[in-house]
Ligand binder design. Structure first.
Ligand SMILES: [Zn+2]
Length: 199
């Protein structure tokens, strides 16, 4: 659009970078933001600014929280013998909802040959160092039950088993190809309850 204002074009470009937002949606959102009250639009801008200033990545588990170490790492009442490995910080809320009381480690993604994501692109070395230092009795690999999540669990298990801890995986009750973000709380609770050994 040669005749469109450069600042509008810039906003459309920024929105288009967001996951799941194509060029048409980006354009629609940009014009929505121009149409609503200035104050309402600025609330969104300020919310982004505030969350980026307030939220940190936990130096122990890579969870996102207002404090580092995060509130879960700092909570002495949690079961330190159990470490649950998740792909994404969003999944922690799901496990909290079903009453999990151990600790977490966030990988920051999963291994993918297609996308060129290697173990060193995730928090793999931090996980191995943490397991060697804290010696949890059990490490449960709670990556998603899809092809890449299963592959990630396999690679991590190969590295964790020699460290001497019990390595488990969520039960097979999770529908294959589903994601932890989507399954119901009862299925997720069953998947933790019925976890199987990979050691
Ligand atoms: Zn933490």
């Amino acid at each position: 659009m040669a005749n469109r204002d450069r600042t509008i074009e810039n906003l459309i470009e920024q929105l288009n970078r967001l996951p799941g937002i194509g060029p048409k949606s980006a354009e629609r959102l940009a014009f929505h933001l121009l149409r609503i009250d200035t104050e309402e639009a600025l609330q969104l801008a300020r919310a982004i600014e505030q969350v980026r200033a307030a939220v940190k990545t936990c130096s122990r588990c890579s969870n996102l929280d207002a404090q580092d170490p995060c509130s879960i790492c700092m909570d002495g009442s949690r079961d330190a013998t159990m470490l649950l490995v998740v792909e994404d910080p969003r999944e922690i809320a799901r496990f909290e909802d079903v009453g999990y009381k151990g600790r977490y480690h966030v990988l920051g993604g999963r291994l993918s040959q297609l996308e060129g994501i290697r173990p060193e692109d995730l928090t793999t070395s931090q996980l191995l160092a943490r397991v060697q230092k804290d010696k949890p009795a059990e490490v449960c690999l709670a990556t998603n039950p899809d092809l890449e999540g299963e592959g990630t669990a396999r690679v991590l298990a190969e590295r964790l088993v020699p460290l001497g801890c019990k390595v488990t995986r969520l039960a097979r009750g999770l529908p294959a190809g589903s994601s932890i973000a989507q399954v119901s709380a009862s299925i997720l609770a069953d998947a933790i309850e019925g976890r199987r050994s990979l050691s």
